[in-house]
Design a protein around this ligand. Structure first.
Ligand code: CA
Length: 118
């Protein structure tokens, strides 16, 4: 987990080029539980992190995980994703609430990288 907040792009690059992994994907309730446990242990003060989920530029109704994982589970906050001004291409995870689509460049959050599943 990276405690230093970064834009979504910088976070993605850090995970992919430096760690050889990707921003964390959350495919099941179990993944969500595991990630939250880790989050609470390592950086309990952080309220929001970036996820590896991003809007498909070719179909704004669809989201894709950076590492190519399929969508098996979602945890959207009620009313999300709302794609304000059609600019909310990235997805943040707010602890205790869930996922929200958010502009990629205006916020900096901590983030969690993961290695590819074997
Ligand atoms: Ca939103």
């Amino acid at each position: 987990m990276y405690a230093v907040p970064a834009t979504r792009n910088a976070a993605k690059n850090e995970c992919e080029y430096i760690q050889g992994g990707s921003l964390a994907s959350i495919l099941t309730l179990r993944d969500r539980h595991f990630l939250l446990e880790y989050w609470n242990e390592i950086l309990p003060a952080a309220r929001t992190i970036w996820t590896g989920l991003k809007r498909n530029p070719e179909n704004r109704d669809e989201f894709l995980w950076d590492n190519g994982d399929g969508i098996q589970f979602t945890d959207w906050i009620t009313g999300e994703p709302n794609d304000i001004n059609e600019r909310e291409d990235c997805v943040e995870f707010i602890k205790g609430e869930g996922w929200n689509d958010r502009e990629c460049y205006t916020r900096k959050y901590p983030f969690i990288c993961m290695k590819s599943r074997i």
